[in-house]
Design a protein around this ligand. Sequence first.
Ligand SMILES: Cc1cc2nc3c(=O)[nH]c(=O)nc-3n(C[C@H](O)[C@H](O)[C@H](O)COP(=O)(O)O)c2cc1C
Length: 195
Amino acid sequence: MDALEALHQRVSVPRLVGPAPTAVQREAMYRAALRAPDHAYLRPWRFLVIEGEGLEALGELFGRAALVQADGDLSADVLARYQGLPLRAPLLIVAICSHSEHPKVPPIEQDMACAAAVSNMLVAAHAQGLGCVWRTGDLAYDPLIREGLGLSSHETIAAFLYVGHPAGELKRVPELDPQDFFAKWPPVQGSATRT
Ligand SMILES: Cc1cc2nc3c(=O)[nH]c(=O)nc-3n(C[C@H](O)[C@H](O)[C@H](O)COP(=O)(O)O)c2cc1C
């Protein structure tokens, strides 16, 4: 797929099925992630690749965290829902932002580099006919999840990236007009500030 077509047509795919991406498809996604812009080449990211029994283990961890968040007051149904969350795709990539001290690169720039890496993976997945969705939610910030996934104090979860094959038709690409978001500066007096 043409690069611009992939960029223009990518949509999130929440309903995903197997098979999991092949080794070649994964490698293409990983390489795309590692080409994200990265101030001072800090490589402020690492990724956990979870599939098979790992997804069930992550589901157990989600369930434990949800129970703690609810002070133990969780119905069996709701608990099962949390436990099933990671099973919504055959492959889950946890993108972790690893902040380091740098005189010119504050943590927010490292977060942005990490987000760009995730975004590159979304597009690389789409370009290969895969489906992908970036999720976070409360659990991404939960101490039990952080501990269970082995995060250090200088790390944050940027994304739970669910990857697989689209279960049905892709949704329509929303129609957004670039003119609504891009304006000339300084504005031209007496005329609309459109590009
Ligand atoms: C940092 C971040 C966190 C997100 N977390 C969630 C989430 O937890 N659940 C969700 O449904 N969508 C989440 N989204 C949004 C989807 O990934 C998706 O971008 C959005 O639904 C728009 O769909 P589109 O990508 O097809 O335009 C998140 C996006 C970003 C950038």
